[in-house]
Design a protein around this ligand. Sequence first.
Ligand code: ATP
Ligand code: MG
Length: 393
Amino acid sequence: MQEALDFLTLTNRTTIDRLTNAAFGHHLLIVGQTGSGKTTTTLSLLGQLQQLNQTAIIFDPTGEYTRLPNAITYRLGDNCYLEAGKLTADQLLATLQVQGDHPLRTKLQQAVTDLQIQHNIKDEQGPYRRLNRPLADHQHDEQGLGAWASDFLLTDLFAQLIEEFVVPYADDRADYTRLGQQYDRAAINHYWPVLAAIQDQLANPAFRALFDTDEHAGTMKSELNFILKMFLYHQSSHRTLVVDLSLLKDYEESQRLILSLLLKEILRLRLRDNAGFPVNIIIDEAHRYLPQDEQRLADNGIFQLVREGRKLALKMILTTQSPLDLPARLRSQFGNLLVHRLLDQEEIASLPSVGLAQAVQLPVGQAELCIFGETPALVKVNLPAWWQGEENE
Ligand SMILES: Nc1ncnc2c1ncn2[C@@H]1O[C@H](COP(=O)(O)OP(=O)(O)OP(=O)(O)O)[C@@H](O)[C@H]1O
Ligand SMILES: [Mg+2]
């Protein structure tokens, strides 16, 4: 085997410069079987990005990156949360991992709107009562809602959903100038399993923490979209942001959806006001976050950011166990590769670069580096200087 080069150290600054230079403009894919050193390599690389004063945002599914020094760390459910009002009704249902048909989703959308009225316009406790409320009043309330009024109390969502089942009397007492005069009990019963499932999930500690449903006098929590905005618009002295999503590690579907939304938000903020400075976006264990079917890929935030990001100076660094985890359409967007030990030739064959024949026998901490347009090189990853692990040699 070739002599290993010194990799990701200051002595090999040119490698890092080539790899991280934003003008170079290619995303980086880090692959390798479990335990081959992807996370360690990424941590080491992040240390280098810090030395170069480059900005990085890490989405951390397991909390492994919280030990990275000189980073601002937000842990979902701890010192940050997601505002439920930033989600559409469909996204909210998907996050809660509840299935609902179209009529139910429409009810949910209306329930959220009504709660937004209650919270931002009426400033009243409990659900927004629809029983006997004149239609004209409701229309007036709805028109008063602006984009600023997205916030609402999730704790009232179940009661509000019941309120959405208010209908006029079915006989000549019916008053069609009002939202309704009685509860449609048959419809409530029909949807009861779904309503109960929503109520269950809203009581689940993980989702309570995600949406910051509980009162907590004295402790400050920041909203995730706001954190991203601040970080992207204002150059702070700390250029590394870690967003720890491990709260949801048992809820893969929710984690996937939320990460997708956050990446779309980064893209949206950049499109609206491109501050210019390059940002590296790091997603470890990206396979967790990718949709299973190719159909949904186009709507996924990872895919959108990978495709659109380069012209906005957003560079993606993804790690995943097998290159086959990534749909070919996504894989082909990565110009730079860092290949740790792989399981089999099929995985190697899925990668465009030549010279990877040895990838099935690479020891931990070694990888093949394929920089776009250059001959692949074998590299050794040195542990970061701050590393405290027992593995330290
Ligand atoms: N460059 C290195 N030098 C020395 N030890 C290393 C190096 N890279 C990784 N290791 C050790 O190997 C083990 C696995 O590394 P790591 O967690 O980075 O692998 P991984 O590819 O991210 O695995 P997984 O897919 O399970 O997340 C760790 O104990 C780590 O300390
Ligand atoms: Mg790892």
